[in-house]
Design a protein around this ligand. Sequence first.
Ligand code: ZN
Length: 179
Amino acid sequence: MLRATLFAARVHATHTRKGEAGEPYVNHVIEVAAILAEAGAPRIAILAGLLHDTVEDSDEDPDPITHERLVAEFGTDVADVVAEATDDKSLPKETRKALQVRNAPKKTDAAKMLKLADKISNLRAIAAAPPKGWPHARMVEYVGWAGRVAVGLRGVNPALDALFDATYRDALRALAARD
Ligand code: ZN
């Protein structure tokens, strides 16, 4: 678990969150893993949670992380869950967002839990520290989209479902108060 944390910290060393404060990106993946651990998710989901953005977010780095690299370091099971949670960046953003909604119900249980925890972390970030330069409408749209993806992810872990619902409500409330 700590090896995965260190691996993620190194990959994300130069990455920051979109919020005004420029929080280190690794905080996000540790938060996702902590949400999963507290909800009683299996070890494979927690490990994949730590690693879930290493492939997607290192594509422009000098040494991009590949699926093969994750297989070598952490085994096929964990690497496959990460692959399930990784978007195909060759597709346009709107297509990727539509695919997330459509493909959510087809994911394995571990990937569903991971993706739900990821959305929880992202909604918290939107509510607490709005991404730089995002107009209000874009944030409202993002929260709605996260809710649509979550419809296909729920039903595996009741604690995560409940946490998502509470976080979704809090995010909408925070955005309503901000306008
Ligand atoms: Zn993420």
